[in-house]
Write a protein that binds this ligand. Structure first.
Ligand code: PMP
Length: 395
């Protein structure tokens, strides 16, 4: 008996991060590799209470099949929360997904053909590469300057089928695109009719001031927006959402209908129990903004600890920016260092990171010398020790 796999499987790779995480489960390894939110930040007791309440008052509905679009009051809550900065979101635009990761897959499924050009930041989110790759698009690196991706990249001869970006505290670079560049990007997306996929899992994790308004607020008819409760409450809930563009044009209606059909084929709906737990939590008066203040304070202290440790330990020639939110530092090493090659040595020394090469669609010269460090999973004291170990491997 032989099993012939579909051609698209040749484009599927196991995530480098997951492979590394397996190794780093070894005791004694201080891992800055995973993008795991701090477990201490999960509101476990509030979720337990909400879960009890859901099962005792709406148990049957929570355990029954549900609609593909998602729980209506949760869609309404999301639309209300996002409607600010001049962006008016209607609940009918919101499709609840099983994490925003599913949103990326569904968008790839309904928007990409073999050879479709996709504009991607360099570096970009590894999970987006994984989600889009099986649909066999042509990844086009998005030229950038210090302010972020260049708007004019959208006005090329062959328009991109979609342009993907993470404007807030990007995974992996930590970069946040400023308001002026967002306005330019939104304007050019409208003029060139380029669909933008704005992925925003980290927007609530700001440290000093909130990020500028989303691109979706400037180009509501041109942007497909992705959000998630993963970094706000807990990733194990797997509750995320797509906000489809505003308007009732035939192409927007078709996009919504096809996303819905694709989701139906994929999992029928996101677990009703989880959606109801999130809704119950919010209805019970859980202080979400107070909770986020606590998470931000924790992450900010860890960010500061890592900034100090990097300054103290890393060899000359290593550079990084101070992230203003999110979970990651992006470190550039001197030219001769290949961070993929050094990883086994680092794991031997009891420290793990993600080599920068994982975050590029194709390798070009110089991309192998960066690495991503998460600052949210280790305590400030562990961070100092982990960075010291890292420095000894890079020296
Ligand atoms: N987009 C980005 C940029 C991410 O970093 C992540 C999580 N690592 C996701 C999407 C997926 O998040 P989730 O599916 O948990 O919502």
């Amino acid at each position: 008996m032989s099993f012939t796999l579909a051609r698209r499987t040749q484009r599927m790779n196991s995530s480098a991060i997951r492979e590394i995480l397996k190794v780093t489960e070894r005791p004694g390894v201080l891992s800055m590799a995973g993008g795991l939110p701090a477990p201490e930040s999960f509101p476990i007791e509030a979720i337990r209470l909400a879960g009890d309440q859901v099962l005792s008052t709406q148990g049957a509905a929570a355990l029954q099949y549900a609609t593909t679009e998602g729980l209506p009051p949760l869609r309404e809550w999301i639309a209300r929360r996002l409607s600010r900065d001049g962006w008016q979101v209607d609940a009918s635009q919101v499709l609840i997904t099983t994490g925003s990761q599913q949103g990326l897959d569904l968008i790839g499924k309904v928007m990409l053909d073999e050879g479709s050009p996709v504009l991607l930041e360099q570096p970009t989110y590894l999970g987006a590469l994984q989600a889009f790759s099986p649909y066999e698009p042509l990844f086009r690196p998005w030229a950038a300057d210090a302010e972020g991706p260049l708007p004019q990249a959208m006005s090329g001869a062959e328009p991109a089928r979609l342009a993907y970006l993470v404007p807030n505290y990007q995974n992996p670079s930590g970069h946040c695109i400023g308001d002026a560049r967002r306005r330019e990007l939104a304007e050019l997306a409208i003029r060139s009719r380029t669909p933008i996929v704005e992925d925003n899992p980290y927007g609530e994790l700001w440290f000093d001031t909130p990020p500028p308004p989303p691109l979706a607020a400037r180009a509501p008819e041109q942007v497909i927006y992705l959000g998630s409760f993963s970094k706000v409450l807990a990733p194990g809930l797997r509750v995320g959402y797509i906000v489809t563009p505003r308007g009732d044009h035939a192409d927007v209606q078709a996009l919504r209908a096809k996303l819905l059909q694709a989701k139906q084929a994929s999992d029928l709906h996101t677990p009703a129990l989880n959606q109801r737990i999130v809704m119950q939590l919010l209805d019970m008066g859980f202080d979400l903004d107070g909770h986020l203040d606590t998470v931000r304070a924790r992450y900010r202290a860890q960010r500061d600890a890592m900034a100090a440790a990097l300054g103290r330990h890393l060899p000359q020639g290593c550079t990084w920016h101070l992230p203003q939110g999110g979970m990651f530092f992006w470190v550039s090493c001197p030219e001769h260092i290949d961070t993929s090659q050094r990883l086994p040595r680092a794991v031997e020394a009891g420290v793990a990171y993600v080599p920068g090469a994982s975050f590029y669609a194709g390798m070009a010269a110089g991309q192998g010398r960066s690495l991503r460090l998460s600052f949210v999973t280790l305590s400030p004291m562990q961070i100092d020790e982990a960075v010291a170990r890292l420095a000894s491997c890079l020296a």
